[in-house]
Design a protein around this ligand. Structure first.
Ligand SMILES: [Zn+2]
Length: 357
């Protein structure tokens, strides 16, 4: 266990994307900094643990890849992104490098741990710790260190400042300098076992047992992928609910409820309106496959399957092509800045008529 191990001043946490090397390193840092009564785990209640819960402990330092963004244009330090970093890690502990880049809107640039960061961290660690016995430096995606930064870090690892623990995290240990690797105690972080993931998904995301088991199966041990699948599911749930309202209002020729749905859709961005039309086209296609070819070879999730038991009865050889044409035409008009309300309302009436055919 963690407690039995002597605290090594440099440790390398490595494992594949989504395995959770970062949350593990943070938990370990919290554990060795905890000043309360701890056994196998940090106490969660002492002043140190409370600061760790917000990642604001003064003896906890982070390095991570950054670059210029629209709001931070002038060769920023990691510290310039510290509040974004804390919010990001607290929200998405298992997140991937690209999720971070999206979060800070790096656009197409790559992040880097720059040369000047090694001087900055070296200076911070040269002071005595503020509150904890240890000063801890967590270096996320250590393979993103600039070569000069790597060499300076190596010097620090060779002659570490007093009471300092370096926790390096990487998905690609083979890219790190061998001299750095050989200085670090290796901590391998494996992918998450299906049972553990199922349990975690159930408690963290309030999924039902069968649903979390199927997400866990699809994510193959990658928690970041699991979280993404859940987001996609929620997105599909929204699309399906809207599609159902839209088609039902059209079918019933219910102008009042149709207008409400159309107004809600028109309030979205054009991108999202397009996404709804793409989703609708997919549902029409899947239901046609289900009904006309009586095939079980379709690509619907459980919710969509349930919806389609009835809906597919209204999709026939005679209306599937005109329906597809109408939705495509609407997508074309929306893309060319047609008036969304008019385009979508018209589409709803036409689709309803075709469904009644
Ligand atoms: Zn504690």
């Amino acid at each position: 266990s963690v407690r039995d191990r002597r605290i090594s001043h440099a440790q390398l946490f490595f494992g594949p994307e989504g395995a959770g090397a970062l949350p593990l390193a943070i938990a370990y840092a919290q554990y060795i900094s905890c000043t309360g009564i701890k056994d196998e785990d940090a106490c969660g209640k002492c002043p140190s643990c409370l600061k760790y819960a917000k990642l604001v402990h003064p003896d906890l330092h982070f390095l991570f890849p950054v670059n210029n963004t629209a709001s931070k244009k002038e060769d920023p330090y990691c510290d310039d992104f510290l509040s974004e970093w804390r919010a990001f890690v607290l929200q998405h502990p298992y997140a991937r490098l690209n999720d971070w880049y999206l979060y800070i809107e790096l656009e197409n640039k790559q992040g880097l741990i720059k040369e000047k960061e090694s001087d900055a961290i070296s200076k911070k660690l040269s002071f005595k710790s503020f509150e904890s016995d240890f000063k801890i430096a967590i270096i996320w995606m250590a393979e993103k260190m600039h070569e000069v930064a790597s060499n300076k870090l190596l010097k620090l690892l060779e002659e570490p400042p007093e009471m300092t623990v370096f926790l390096l995290i990487t998905e690609n240990p083979e890219i790190l300098l061998t001299t750095i690797r050989s200085r670090c105690f290796p901590v391998k972080v494996p992918l998450i076992a299906a049972d553990d993931m199922t349990e975690a998904l159930q408690s963290r995301h309030q999924l039902e047992a069968s649903q979390s088991a199927s997400v866990a199966r699809l994510a193959i041990g990658n928690y970041a992928r699991a979280a993404e699948l859940i987001r996609e599911n929620e997105e599909d749930g929204f699309q399906l609910a809207t599609f159902r309202e839209f088609m039902l209002a059209g079918f019933m020729n219910n102008i009042g409820s149709g207008m409400k749905t159309v107004e809600a859709l028109s309030a979205l961005t054009r991108e999202k309106q397009k996404a709804f039309l793409d989703y609708s086209l997919r549902m029409i296609r899947e239901n046609a496959v289900k009904q006309i070819r009586n095939s079980s070879l379709n690509y619907m999730n459980l919710m969509e399957e349930e919806f389609s038991v009835n809906f597919s009865k209204f999709i026939k050889g005679s209306n599937v092509v005109p329906l597809t044409e109408e939705f495509n035409k609407a997508a074309y008009d929306i893309e060319r800045n047609g008036n969304s309300k008019i385009v979508l309302f018209d589409l709803m009436l036409k689709a309803g008529k075709l469904l009644r055919r």
